[in-house]
Ligand binder design. Structure first.
Ligand code: NAD
Length: 447
């Protein structure tokens, strides 16, 4: 089947690559000419396990093409995906500017019936706005072309995006027209041959489902961070508590890790946007607002531990110190630093007069792009190199390669022999036995 995809970011590119992988003919269109040029020359602009070889293979086979030419993409697609960004507006609501710009483009170029598929995460009611924007353009052109707008929210996880897309837990389709659902089933048939994973509903419910999923996951994280904060004060170890509750199947093991707060391009903005939607409809979503507030506070927690260690509240003790920082991406297996907790820590360390030697397995180019040249930042080629000349180590992202360091070497390398473990990767006793001071999150003896 022929698919056009507007937006070649994490969602659009992965979706395009997966659809092409199963034999569909995909044209990806983006307004970023440099990105499109790169892709046409085999340069995959994001790090996602398994993605680059898939993109290159389908591109070479002619099933996956990249263009800035919206008209050409529209001439190709019987399905037209909208996968552009929906960043937060100033007031926290989702900024629909890019989605509606694509809708108008679709209306300007639509020549024959198509299913318009909303993949971007958008507030309830957006599909109606997309439909209206397309219809207005068709009317301005004086043409009538039948089209459907369906909501097909994306649940892929960065770092696991290809696997999620190739083997989805569920495919949510919100549609008013059974014929459009039938076409979506055919498009996705290769992805769920062993059992039906389609969850069909009305458009508004589909739009809300995506926010509900992200808000639930963010709630679990903030809940656990709140328990960690209590554990820290009452002398309990949140890691023991986690073991104690995770085995209850009603709670489960996923997303109950305490840490330095959640980041990324989705949870922060989606929790905010849902709370904003609720407010717009006269409902104060207290739980969602608390989830966000707890997370915001948590992102500053590593620095509180730093202050506590050095001078119990004043910045003077931190001034002039050199911090090795392991992990910049908002989570492992991605190079994405949007809303990453590392960014808060770096800003606070710099503000306090410290400098940073940072290493991340994949996000170094992104860090270079964000921070450029600065006297108080050295971007290092390895975890070991980041330790050279450092006084303290802060671990912010739980990449596998950080999980089992040689603590004796750490002790020898770090001037002040102290580790701030923002993801509870290490056993406090083991670290302390090597002669290091240890601070984790919610581990009883930190504050
Ligand atoms: P992204 O920022 O990585 O990519 C968006 C792309 O859209 C960019 O390449 C941009 O140049 C392009 N674009 C902007 N305007 C355009 C236009 N008019 N025509 C064509 N291309 C245009 O975004 P993303 O992370 O892929 O997210 C896209 C949407 O999917 C968002 O709504 C997001 O909330 C949602 N989502 C993201 C994830 C994730 O893990 N990143 C997961 C599920 C859902």
């Amino acid at each position: 089947m022929r698919v056009a995809i507007f937006g070649t970011g994490y969602v659009g590119l992965v979706t395009g690559a997966c659809l092409a992988e199963v034999g569909h003919e995909v044209v990806c269109v983006d307004v970023d000419a440099a990105k499109v040029d790169g892709l046409n020359n085999g340069v995959v602009p994001i790090y996602e396990p398994g993605l680059a070889p898939m993109v290159r293979a389908s591109h070479a086979a002619g099933r996956l093409r990249f263009t800035t030419d919206a008209a050409a993409a529209m001439a190709h697609g019987e399905f037209v995906f909208i996968a552009v960004g929906t960043p937060p507006d100033e007031d926290g609501s989702a900024d629909l500017r890019y989605v509606l710009a694509v809708a108008r483009t679709i209306g300007r170029h639509l020549e024959r019936p198509a299913v318009v598929v909303g993949k971007s995460t958008v507030p309830v009611g957006t599909a109606d706005k997309v439909r209206a924007a397309i219809a207005a353009e068709l009317e301005a052109r004086g043409v009538e072309v039948a089209f459907d707008v369906v909501s097909n929210p994306e649940f892929l996880k960065e770092g696991d995006a290809v696997a999620d897309c190739m083997r989805p837990d569920r495919i949510v389709v919100g549609a008013d027209n059974p014929a459009a659902v039938a076409r979506m089933r055919r498009l996705y048939a290769p992805f769920h041959r062993n059992r039906d994973r389609f969850v069909v509903m009305d458009v508004r419910s589909a739009e809300l489902t995506k926010y509900a999923a992200n808000a639930m996951l963010a709630t679990k994280i903030s809940f656990m961070n709140e328990i960690a904060n209590i554990a820290e004060r009452v002398g309990a170890d949140v890691e023991a508590v986690r073991q104690g509750i995770g085995s209850d199947p009603r709670i489960g093991w996923h997303f109950i890790y305490p840490g330095a707060g959640y980041g990324g391009s989705c949870f922060p903005k989606d929790v905010q946007a849902l709370a904003r939607t609720a407010r717009q409809h006269g409902h104060g979503a207290q739980l969602l607002e608390a989830v966000e507030a707890v997370n915001d506070r948590q992102k500053g927690h590593l620095f509180e531990l730093v202050q506590h260690h050095y001078d119990r509240g004043e910045d003077e003790g931190v001034r002039g110190k050199v911090f090795a920082v392991w992990g910049l991406a908002f989570k492992p297996n991605t190079d994405d630093m949007r809303e990453a907790s590392s960014r808060r820590l770096l800003a606070q360390l710099w503000e306090a007069g410290a400098s940073v030697r940072a290493y991340d397995p994949e996000a170094m180019d992104e860090a270079r792009r964000i921070y450029g040249e600065r006297d108080d930042l050295v971007l290092c080629g390895s975890a070991q190199a980041a330790l050279e000349g450092a006084d303290a180590l802060a671990v912010v992202t739980e990449w596998k390669e950080f999980r089992s360091p040689d603590f004796a070497r750490l002790q020898a390398a770090l001037g002040d022999a102290v580790v701030f473990d923002g993801r509870n990767l290490y056993e406090p006793d083991e670290v302390e036995a090597a002669g290091l001071a240890y601070y984790g999150v919610g581990r009883g003896r930190s504050v």
